[in-house]
Design a protein around this ligand. Structure first.
Ligand SMILES: C[S@@+](CC[C@H](N)C(=O)[O-])C[C@H]1O[C@@H](n2cnc3c(N)ncnc32)[C@H](O)[C@@H]1O
Length: 430
């Protein structure tokens, strides 16, 4: 490493990127400590500036790419770089896929774990996101809509996005136009758009009070964009529908569910199909009862209930109510028992789970520490984990293995292409 003189900003260094970290940033070494450089690949020779501390090392930015590494590729999106929506478009596809799959193995190895069978990476194509959250900010000049840069308060204003399905892409320009007169200067909003079977469901979340004229502007936008529903929330009160043109429906295991505004669903239909396929394949023949923990609106509950009795627990009351109402209207009413339950504060106890045949759990990114302690102590023979975070999954897997389960198989799934995030399904048995 050759040091250059300080020139404004932080210290400048010339170095070679050695590895790719868990969030998709390149890692080089400065003073024996890691320097994280976004949008670099191993082998890149760069002139970089150290901009601050990060974890046990430094963060920095590339001033000049002196020599590209062997797996560098041209990013397909013109917004790649300033936009924080993607971290890894600048890497050759094969190397990218290998890195993605490796994130699961690395996380498990750190906890001393290895699945008996590790399946190859299953992939979901970009351009298939059916659920997305954009940020909006009204400046004095214009309305910005897009994604925040990583670790920054800068919002990248986009007019296209290669991640989302065409129906969501078609909303970017009309949303700019509709929010411009509605948001006051310096006012922010978050816009969650979900592509349902009956059209797009939009939820706008902003602290700003709505005037009558704003309601009219947004209702007209819903009409012109043929939305299924458009709702507004201040983040405290129940969302208010400003336009309700069709029921926003998604079908899980043959059961149509009327989604709550902004309610969680898997971000892609393809990813959901892979998850359901893997979960159902792991359910042993003859299983009669299952617990579906962190059930959402019933992604796994309804396919499971085709074959068995299901107890579904979920913390978000609106999602749970949607699941319950859909079950009541379906032919599976007698097979689904749904309970609103905070599984961090009131996990389903080992004694309650014991005697069942299958547990499925699919927690948020911070994992299921408290719930997994109970699962580890129960006698259910098959436990199926779905996770969008290999690190918290590996921590929870360790608890299950320490409780006597075997980690039978695991499948990494790239449901979040070009990002550092990885989805996975794992099967435990005792
Ligand atoms: C990754 S989503 C999975 C949902 C569902 N299994 C699916 O595939 O659509 C995680 C779910 O956990 C719920 N959740 C988050 N924290 C929770 C808690 N402490 N107790 C119960 N549910 C919680 C969220 O509301 C969300 O529905």
């Amino acid at each position: 490493m050759r040091r250059k003189a300080r020139r404004g900003g932080g210290r400048q260094v010339e170095l070679t990127v050695e590895a790719l970290g868990a969030k998709g940033d390149g890692i080089a070494t400065v003073d024996g400590r890691p320097l994280f450089l976004a949008q670099t690949v191993p082998g890149d020779q760069v002139l970089a500036r150290v901009t601050g501390e990060r974890g046990g090392g430094f963060k920095g930015e590339v001033i000049e790419l002196l020599q590209p590494g062997p797996n560098r590729a041209d990013p397909p999106c013109p917004f790649f770089g300033p936009c924080g929506g993607c971290a890894l478009q600048h890497m050759e596809d094969g190397a990218y896929a290998a890195w993605k799959a490796e994130q699961l193995t690395i996380a498990l190895e750190r906890k001393g774990l290895q699945p008996e069978t590790l399946h190859p990476l299953r992939r979901v194509a970009p351009g298939s996101r059916r659920r997305i959250t954009w940020s909006a900010l009204r400046t004095a000049e214009k309305l910005l809509l897009g994604y925040y840069e990583r670790e920054s308060h800068q919002l990248a204003d986009i007019d296209s996005c290669l991640l989302v399905a065409p129906e969501l892409h078609a909303l970017i320009a009309p949303l700019h136009a509709a929010l411009q007169p509605v948001l006051e200067i310096r006012e922010q909003a978050r816009v969650t758009a979900t592509l349902c079977e009956t059209g797009v469901d939009v939820l706008i979340d902003s602290r700003q009070p709505l005037r009558l004229i704003d309601r009219e502007t947004l209702a007209a936008f819903a009409e012109e964009s043929d939305l299924a529903r458009l709702s507004w929330t201040d983040g405290q009160d129940e969302p208010t529908p400003l336009a309700f043109r069709r029921d926003p429906l998604l079908t899980f295991g043959g059961v149509p569910v009327l989604l709550p505004p902004g309610g969680f669903v898997q971000p892609t239909a393809e990813g959901e199909a892979i998850l359901v396929e893997l979960v159902m394949a792991a359910v042993p023949d003859g299983a009669e009862t299952a617990a579906d923990l962190f059930a959402g609106c019933g992604t796994f509950t309804f396919p499971l209930a085709e074959r068995m009795q299901v107890y579904a627990a979920e913390g978000a009351e609106d999602s749970l109510m949607a699941l319950e109402a859909a079950a009541r209207r379906s032919d599976r009413a007698g097979r689904v028992q749904a309970e609103p339950r905070d599984l961090a504060r009131f996990p389903v106890l080992a004694d309650e789970l014991s005697g069942g045949d299958v547990v499925v759990f699919d927690p948020p990114r911070n994992g299921a520490r408290e719930q997994v302690a109970e699962i580890a102590a129960c006698d259910v023979p098959t436990v199926i984990a779905v996770s969008c975070n290999p690190t918290t999954f590996a921590r929870d897997a360790r608890t299950l293995v320490d409780g006597g389960y075997r980690l039978k198989e695991a499948t990494p799934i790239d449901q979040f292409p070009w990002s550092g995030h990885l989805e996975l399904v794992a099967v435990f048995e005792r």
